[in-house]
Design a protein around this ligand. Structure first.
Ligand SMILES: [Zn+2]
Length: 209
């Protein structure tokens, strides 16, 4: 699947539980789709701590990617699990109703992180009446080694691997917890599997051909 969206560009909506999840899981593909003319939107659900810093980092990351950033619950630090599921789905519903996305990208159901799994559930629930393509990412496949597979679909991110790494690097407060070079190594490994220089792996939940 070389082109995910049509020639008109299309609208893409990516959900991430926390700032930096989307950059790590899908930053390369989103940057590519944005460069190809798509209207790319990044919806970050919550900020667990350092609200001001992490908001600024999320803005910088989205800017690198060429995406519009929305932070859904930004008033105070919270975890996704602090938000009732009905409220989460209601906000996702609202966003999907406003944007009419052609492609939605979200966390995988196989992700070990509880908050990531909740965002996956809310996304699938909010898309119950919306026909669009749906891909899922494992934000840290190396941390989710038990997952049945890393993905069934590989996005060529050879032209945007540097943008992806730059966008991840925007999350300075998280640098100590991250191994940024492993993101490049992983993209290279996924590229070896799929025949690209660099790639991101996705699980295909719904694709219209
Ligand atoms: Zn996260």
């Amino acid at each position: 699947m070389n082109r995910i969206l049509n020639d008109k560009g299309g609208t893409v909506l990516a959900f991430g539980a926390h700032p930096d999840d989307i950059e790590i899981g899908a930053g390369g593909l989103l940057a590519r789709l944005s460069a190809e003319g798509a209207d790319v939107n990044m919806a970050v659900v919550s900020m667990p701590n350092n609200v001001e810093t992490r908001r600024a980092e999320a803005r910088a990351g989205a800017e690198k990617i060429g995406a519009e950033l929305m932070i859904l619950f930004e008033d105070k630090p919270c975890r996704v699990e602090d938000v009732p599921m009905y409220e989460l789905v209601r906000r996702f519903d609202q966003l999907i109703g406003d944007l009419h996305p052609d492609l939605v990208i979200t966390h995988s159901a196989n992700d070990l992180h509880w908050d990531h799994g909740l965002v996956h559930k809310a996304t699938v629930s909010a898309l119950r009446r919306t026909p669009c393509d749906l891909l899922a990412f494992l934000s840290s496949p190396e941390m989710n080694a038990h997952a049945r597979c890393v993905g069934e679909c590989f996005a060529d991110i050879s032209t945007t691997i540097d943008v992806k790494i730059d966008a991840i690097r925007c999350h300075q407060s998280q640098i100590a917890k991250m191994d940024i070079e492993s993101s490049r190594d992983l993209a290279r490994a996924m590229g070896r599997i799929s025949g690209y220089d660099y790639a991101e792996a996705y699980q295909v939940l719904r694709v219209r051909v």
